[in-house]
Design a protein around this ligand. Structure first.
Ligand SMILES: *Cc1c(COP(=O)(O)O)cnc(C)c1O
Length: 393
């Protein structure tokens, strides 16, 4: 079975480009040209060089002795938290800025919720000296002041969106409107494996460097490039897609995504899309999403802003439906405890998002010789206030 996107932009029944007629020009150009560009030797050379010298790749694959002892098995951490700007997000924005330049674009737009993707986009725009506009819900601007300041210092223009709930969904609508009005000079950088084709596939390819490195590093450290399982948190699903990508062809490797249960999957305050959602169209893609019986998107909730998304990338909807990957969920409370455990066992403070993957370790029955790789998608600096409030230091 093929788990990659097909020529029409679908993963099984999910995906596609459910775009308004007016966005056709933008999407058509991108779909037609992205593969040729990202496979060209010139692009590959530049991308690999920036990943190495600017992002700091390869990120280490670290054998966690104390976590392994605790769970009586072998646990490795893929250290995406050590990337420049503190997460996996830069792998994608570096890829997309190079692609935008090859397409001759002179202006970048993005939407952001918590501000992490906005900062990653503003960062690569500064790197390449290209104009950057970031749409952000007015409420999010209030809640995420440090990231707004970073974007401004990096030279981006942050435009507050006052419609709807003044959060991510509204910012996304505004960014799409901008793109429709500027089809020739502007590239829209989407931050996860979501949105219309070719974004899910394109972003997955840029993040696939994670699993490519894991294979090489595991072979060096264990003698086999295949682990027993890989675990990654899932918001839109880009760090998980990157961590799974090169293992999709290896049926013996168990793939586990972890969604944010928030206060619990039987409460209304959750973001566990695959658990409580149903098929529909969100951000121009057919996927699983959280909606009420009228098809209205319901507001998601998670303690971690990066997982607070009412949908999931179409690739994951397909991996879920076919049973190729398994999806678990962790509550806010489980996540906070898992973050503290890693911090005090290894001296690594994880991002709240990444701590969802760590929390799932409690739900797995390990054999002593199992090799488990946890994708540590980001570092916890941005989450210190939440940790301090909860643990009361
Ligand atoms: C944004 C973010 C995520 C969630 O995004 P995905 O596309 O699901 O990977 C996870 N971890 C960190 C650290 C993030 O910043």
């Amino acid at each position: 079975m093929d788990y990659q996107v097909n020529e029409k932009g679908y993963y099984g029944e999910f995906g596609g480009a459910w775009i308004p007629e007016m966005m056709f020009t933008n999407i058509e150009e991108l779909s037609r040209r992205y593969l040729d560009i990202i496979h060209s030797s010139e692009f590959v050379e530049e991308f690999v060089k920036l990943l190495k010298d600017y992002v700091g790749r390869p990120s280490p694959l670290y054998f966690s002795q104390r976590l392994s002892d605790f769970y009586q098995t072998k646990i490795y951490l893929k250290r995406e938290d050590l990337n420049h700007t503190g997460s996996h997000k830069l792998n994608n924005t570096v890829g997309q800025i190079l692609l935008a330049l090859k397409l001759g674009k002179t202006r970048i737009i993005a939407e952001t919720g918590a501000g992490q993707h906005g900062v990653a986009t503003a960062t690569v725009c500064a790197l390449k000296g290209i104009k950057c506009v970031v749409y952000m819900g007015a409420l999010d601007i209030e809640r995420q002041a440090p990231n707004v300041k970073k974007m401004k210092m990096l030279g981006a223009k942050v435009i507050p969106v006052h419609s709807g709930n003044k959060t991510l969904k509204d910012a996304t609508n505004e960014a799409m409107r901008d793109w429709i009005n500027n089809p020739f000079d502007t590239h829209y950088i989407i931050g996860s494996v979501v949105g219309p084709h070719p974004y899910p596939d394109m972003v997955a390819r840029f993040q696939a460097v994670i699993s490519k490195e894991i294979k090489i590093q595991l072979a060096e450290q264990t003698g086999s490039e295949l682990p027993t399982r890989i675990i990654a948190c899932v918001g839109g699903g880009s760090n998980a897609a990157g961590a799974f990508y090169h293992f999709l062809e290896n049926d013996e490797v168990e793939l586990i995504g972890v969604e944010a249960a928030g206060k619990g999957v039987d409460t209304s305050e959750t973001a566990a899309t695959l658990k409580v959602g149903s098929p529909g169209v969100l951000h121009a893609s057919k996927t699983m999403l959280m909606q009420n019986s009228d098809g209205q998107i319901t507001e998601p909730y998670s303690i971690s802003a990066g997982l607070d998304y009412p949908g999931i990338g179409p690739m994951h909807a397909h991996l879920f439906k076919t049973g190729k990957a398994k999806y678990l969920y962790a509550t806010d409370k489980e996540v906070l405890e898992a973050a503290l455990l890693l911090t005090q066992k290894e001296g690594i403070i994880p991002a709240l998002e990444s701590a969802h993957a760590l929390a799932a370790l409690n739900q797995i029955k390990f054999k002593e010789n199992d090799v488990t790789v946890v994708n540590l998608s980001g570092r916890g600096d941005k989450d210190m206030q939440t940790y301090l409030d909860y643990f009361g230091y």
